[in-house]
Design a protein around this ligand. Structure first.
Ligand code: TXA
Ligand code: MG
Length: 333
């Protein structure tokens, strides 16, 4: 349902967010599908609603630059860019702080986090009033077009999301510029309305994903498997038993199998997605030789869960040796 952004409308949006629900939120770029960034289950719902076949990381929306220091390491260049362009359509990818309370699923298992402070007054009011950052991808199904009005969101997702805050037509209508500042060289991951020249003026040279920097840069592309989290221990999928020295990650009713942790005893895929990265990390310990995972059904969110597991299990095979160069080191967790 489309709701006017009155104080009551915002209060209702906050109530739903607290419950772990996902709502439509206006921003100056496109409408977002917003959830409480601290709640794994709420973040997992986003992936379910979008029908994303993989856990592409999400942008975390904050009310001001003061908020981000709790979540990420902020180098000087990032500081300068925030001063120049926030609030506004610039997303910065930064290293997660060790104690970052934001869902690992929102990072897609990476050790970085994309943060953005939207300029739309209603987004700002909602995030401030809610008091926590919101994870939000564009509010469309995976293959759809980004929505630029509340009615676009209603058409695409009206029967799934309980509330869409009406913020009128998006002024910009094009997703934010994304700049990776998690390492020394700034890298443009997605062009947007904040142009390269404007970034150059503040931080000097900015590399683009494709040419400037060759193979080093291509490993930064989101979705590239070896930037994603994979345990150090071998991973065995579709396990129907538990071998010696193995940790067994269960799903659903495990019968008499000695599961170490269970992604979801009820066999709930949203819960399993929410637990996936957290539990893989918990099992990636010296006390185990390897990790076995029980079968996850290939339906709904199970497709994304299996995609992640297969990439993690087959990690070395997937790697192009020319791209390998020490990437595992900066992927340390
Ligand atoms: O304008 C926008 O940015 C809109 C509004 C709603 O804020 N949001 C948006 O989100 O476009 P989404 O999910 O449709 O696109 C986010 C992009 C994805 O391509 C994702 O791979 C990238 O940001 N991304 C997110 N976190 C990342 C990370 N830690 N490292 C690299 N890329 C990241
Ligand atoms: Mg999108």
């Amino acid at each position: 349902m489309i709701i006017a952004p009155t104080p009551q409308g915002i209060a209702e949006a906050c109530r739903l967010l607290r419950e772990g629900q996902v709502i439509g939120m206006p921003t100056e770029t496109v409408y977002g599908l917003a959830a409480d960034a601290y709640q794994d289950n709420a973040v997992a719902r986003i992936f379910e609603i979008k029908n994303r076949p993989t856990f592409n990381p999400l942008i975390i929306h904050v009310a001001s630059s003061d908020d981000v220091e709790k979540f990420v390491e902020v180098p000087l260049k990032a500081q300068a860019l925030m001063e120049a362009f926030w609030p506004g359509p610039l997303t910065l990818v930064l290293k997660r702080d060790k104690n970052c309370p934001i869902s690992l699923l929102a990072s897609g298992g990476l050790d970085t986090l994309a943060v953005r402070c939207p300029a739309h007054p209603i987004a700002g009011r909602l995030i401030r009033e809610y008091g926590r950052p919101l994870a939000a991808p564009s509010a469309n199904k995976s293959t759809g077009i980004s929505p630029t009005s509340a009615s676009d969101v209603e058409l695409a997702l009206g029967n799934i999301v309980p509330l869409i805050l009406d913020g009128g037509r998006c002024e910009i209508g094009l997703e934010s510029t994304i700049l990776d500042l998690s390492e020394d060289n700034p890298i443009l991951l997605r062009p947007g309305s904040i142009l390269m020249e404007s970034l150059n003026a503040i931080v000097g040279p900015v590399y683009s994903l494709k040419k400037d920097h060759g193979e080093q840069i291509s490993v930064k592309a989101p979705g590239m498997m070896h930037r994603h989290y994979a345990p150090h221990r071998p991973l065995r999928l579709n396990a129907s038993n538990c071998r010696e020295g193995e940790a067994l990650l269960g799903f659903g009713d495990a019968g008499s199998l000695p599961v170490t942790l269970n992604l979801s005893e009820m066999g709930n895929l949203v819960e399993a997605a929410a637990n996936l990265f957290q539990m893989l990390r918990q099992l990636d310990k010296d006390s185990y030789k390897s990790i076995a995972v029980m079968p996850i059904p290939m339906e709904g969110l199970g497709i994304a869960i299996n995609d992640r597991l297969q990439r993690a299990a087959a990690l070395e095979e997937f790697l192009d040796p020319t791209l390998h160069g020490g990437d595992h080191d900066n992927n340390s967790h």
